[in-house]
Design a protein around this ligand. Sequence first.
Ligand code: SF4
Ligand code: SF4
Length: 418
Amino acid sequence: MSTSDTAADFGEHAARIELARCLDVCLDCRRCVDLCGVFSEAIDLVGSLGHAESGLLTPLEQDRILSLCSHCDQCRDDCPHRPGVGEAAVDLPAAVEGVAAAVHRSGRTGWRSAFVVRALASDGAMRWARRFRGPLNRLLRGREGGVSRRALSMLIGVTSDRPVPRIADQSFTDWFGLREPAIDAVAPSVLVVPTCLIDQFAPEIGQATVTTLEGCGVRCVPSGVICCGGGLLESGQVDRFLRVAETNLALLSEGDCADPIVVLQPGCAEVLRSDYPRVLGQRAAAVASRVRGAFEHLDARSSMEAPGDGPSLPDVVGVISSPRAAATGEEDLLIARLEGRGVRVVRIPSGPVGESSAALLSTRDTAESAPGPAEVADDVPLVGLSVLVNGALERRLGRAVEPAQNLLPALFPAVADP
Ligand code: SF4
Ligand code: SF4
């Protein structure tokens, strides 16, 4: 073992001790037990093994717990024991990130465990991947756990155990760059951050969002930022995350721009709003304060009045509820809008499903084996805000889950004279 390997192992040991210390405080407190699967899994494991303390959990047991963290930050927000407030100084999401970073530094997981997330954060790599989207998509279309998916997992580390969206024929960025803006230059503008998931896999969601924003009199301007880098942070690639975040911060602050920043996936909005100031410090606070979700931005501009001739809505809708979409408030706004228009909403918990690009890594498969959500009647349409959660829930329920953004034109109809 080299000197650097030894140092990395000491780093991992310290990170795991810190995670166990935080879990011990949480197991006494139990205030967050309903927020996600992390707390109930810790309670079960510590209880069933007869352990009195989390420090006796093995690394494998710890990994099982932390694979259930979707990095939504909800447990950080109101924790009475958080650093600077309580004496225990508990920051569970940071402790989870600490273990991921130490494991990544140790190199034990191999280059494949980092490849997909790195590629998605790199525009050049994705342009290269797009050229080979035909064969790549054929492999991605294979049955989960089947031969082609396992081959792809061995080749580039993409998970073989959960549905992965196909690479789109045209990226959102290319579509955005080729189109004629549909609104004049004096309209109030927003910077658009598509996110790597929308850009590469679901550009139609970005197109529907931009069209709705413009119909409501909002000029959409490309921000130059595609990927927030959150998947890099979650997968322990902290140095790369810092490089991506610094570049993004410079792009979003260019020319002292003060326009709102509309981020097209809720989890990525949360990374810009919460993780950037936490990791980069106060200088990221001004950018963070400008970050909005599409529903949030439109909600502030548009009345609840039902239009006379807009697209119709179903009587009942099942909304897939994920920790990150809930943390951003986008989910509550979607539900409030639907209910305001007379739609009955059934909220369906997603369970622990990774929402960032890190969920595409084969090392994160554990979370996908968790129990599925409650059943809903077959004729109730299901919608969700997060691309990756929608795919995972389609598999669990055996039913289609549509992007909630498809409802934008019905919920925020175009105004005649924006
Ligand atoms: S994160 Fe804080 S509030 Fe939540 S269970 Fe742990 S100690 Fe309690
Ligand atoms: S999923 Fe969210 S609430 Fe649960 S531990 Fe992770 S950051 Fe905290």
